[in-house]
Unconditional design. Structure first.
Length: 562
């Protein structure tokens, strides 16, 4: 893997360096990426993926991929498969270390039994609301459950009967017996098992009780001999519980160490799984892989590269406090990568017919064009040129404003890689006055002096041959939200959606070489931006291109957002 994932150091690596120096884990470094399979991964998860796998690589350790599937509601193989595909696509390999928390259900049950036998867990009959009421507040201590002092024998019997399915959902839970007066509410006898008659996507109806995340997560780490459990700051308050559980049940040398870092907050973006589900279910987007979504699947379909995402994650680093990262940085990483690797082609998104009056009827030339002007190794291609072309509507202006450097009455421009043309006339629609076509003349000798030409031209415009161009659909994607911090707005976040986040152009034309372009192929449409052949909807009969990113930051101060 390239060095883009390996920062020099950060506070997490400093902790690991100290642990290695002190021989805390015999010099081992073992991390894991443990998503819950109840949604698709997003760019925030990518930060964690790069961090965990990057640390393992840097210290020549291991990183497991584990699906923390302890809550059957909402979990599915669709999400599991998407997670596996996304982590692989990002460029990481866990070799034979793909695990599931559900693999450990029997062991976790045995751990719970051990806690009961130690007098450190009890079956509680309080309802969910009563448990919450008894827990107390940040300023007042909790109150002990009336079932807290059941005997070990009674708790073992009740817990076994919970497993056997004798009790209704919600009627009983297993709680850790810790400290109801703890200033940390998390430590006030947290629930560690609950009854839930929900078929599990892997274990079916085998289990009717399931471990809570906080109980299963730390023990799964221990079972897998993880050394450093790296998680986001939202779990900082739960670290005492993590430590309490492993201290009670795991031998000292095998206890993993939890370290928290700031989660990614990205401007103009929502990363809350609940909100992302809402975007999908309410139809604000077309699915988890909608190219406007911050999911890895959406970014892949949009045309983002894994290299650009890894570079972005490396640049933002890891911090101890939350902050809002400008999405412009992510877009810049994408631009930088595509600028280096994407071949150049010509496409016309909003066509205007241009007729070269003095070009011979029926003549077709093949213009040799560089696939990448700064990289000759990428070779050249032949682009047909004929009497009738398409140019962009914006590349002709009857009354050009100041600093307009394109075609207009009395002006000359150069066709990209081809001839100098001069305006001659235009044809309007009799009813609307709309300009239907522009006529010009060309200078035949001008093509042979592309590099040394000193002719007085206003600028260079791109084009395609009307006879040979391929009709295509182009989808102009933009940021999904029009405010910098939609996550910080009120619950009705839909009113902050960007109405211009998608513009679909159905009458576009591209070079003929793009008709057979493979799905996922990326190109720079010269002067327009970077585009990708859509992974789902594109076909040779109907090519569909997604705008990945513009050539510059169009959201910069004073720029148009369209």
């Amino acid at each position: 893997m390239s060095s883009e994932m390996l920062p020099v150091t950060d506070f997490i690596r400093e902790i690991i360096d100290k642990d290695i120096k002190n021989n805390r884990y015999g010099g081992r470094v073992a991390t894991r990426f443990p998503p819950e399979p109840n949604g698709y991964l997003h760019i925030g998860h990518a930060k964690s993926v790069c961090l965990n796998f990057g640390i393992a690589m840097q210290y020549r350790g291991t990183c497991n991929l584990r699906l923390d599937d302890t809550d059957p509601a909402g979990e599915s193989m669709e999400y599991v498969e998407s997670i596996i595909n996304d982590v692989h696509w990002l460029g990481f390999d866990w070799e034979d270390r793909l695990y599931y928390a559900s693999n450990y259900f029997e062991k976790l049950y045995e751990f719970a039994v051990r806690l009961i036998k130690k007098g450190k867990a009890y079956v509680c009959d309080l309802s969910t609301d009563e448990i919450k009421e008894y827990r107390g507040t940040l300023t007042s201590p909790g109150k002990e459950s009336p079932y807290r002092n059941r005997s070990v024998e009674e708790n073992l019997d009740l817990f076994a009967r919970m497993r056997a399915g004798e009790f209704e959902d919600g009627s009983r839970v297993l709680r850790a017996k810790i400290d109801m007066s703890s200033p940390n509410i998390t430590m006030r006898d947290p629930v560690i098992y609950r009854i839930k008659r929900e078929p599990h996507y892997r274990t079916g109806k085998t289990w009717v009780i399931y471990p809570m995340y906080d109980f299963a997560h730390c023990l799964s780490d221990a079972i897998e001999h993880i050394t450093h459990s790296i998680c986001t700051l939202e779990f900082e308050n739960n670290r005492p519980l993590y430590d309490w559980i492993v201290n009670e049940l795991i031998e000292e040398g095998d206890r993993p160490r939890q370290i928290e870092f700031a989660r990614l907050n990205l401007s103009y973006t929502i990363l809350s799984k609940r909100r992302l589900i809402e975007l999908v279910e309410k139809g604000y987007v077309t699915g988890w892989d909608d190219p406007r979504m911050p999911t890895i699947a959406g970014m892949r379909r949009r045309g983002y590269t894994p290299e650009a995402i890894r570079t972005f994650c490396n640049r933002i680093g890891v911090a101890k406090k939350d902050n809002l990262v400008d999405i412009a940085l992510l877009e810049a990483c994408v631009r930088d990568d595509l600028n280096e690797h994407a071949p150049r082609v010509m496409a016309v998104l909003k066509p205007l017919k241009l007729v070269i009056d003095n070009y011979p009827d029926g003549k077709v030339e093949e213009i040799e064009c560089a696939n990448h002007p700064q990289n000759p190794a990428m070779g050249t291609r032949k682009v047909p040129l004929s009497k009738i072309l398409y140019i962009e509507q914006d590349d002709f202006h009857e009354y050009p404003p100041k600093k307009y450097k394109r075609l207009a009455p009395g002006r000359k421009v150069r066709l990209r890689n081809a001839y100098v043309i001069k305006f001659a006339d235009m044809v309007r629609d009799d009813k609307t006055g709309k300009i239907l076509e522009v006529h010009c003349t060309y200078e035949p000798e001008s093509k042979d002096s592309l590099k040394s030409d000193k002719r007085n031209v206003e600028g260079v415009i791109h084009w395609v041959s009307a006879e040979h161009a391929i009709p295509a659909e182009v989808r102009l994607y933009d940021r999904l939200f029009q405010v910098p911090d939609p996550a910080g707005m009120d619950d009705d976040f839909s009113k902050y959606l960007n109405p211009k986040s998608l513009e679909i152009l159905t009458l576009c034309f591209v070079e003929p070489c793009l008709q057979k372009a493979a799905q996922g192929s990326r190109y720079q449409f010269e002067r327009l931006g970077y585009f990708c052949v859509d992974l789902k909807d594109s076909s040779p009969l109907k090519p569909v291109f997604n705008r990945i990113v513009s050539l510059r930051d169009t959201w910069a101060k004073g720029a148009s957002h369209s």
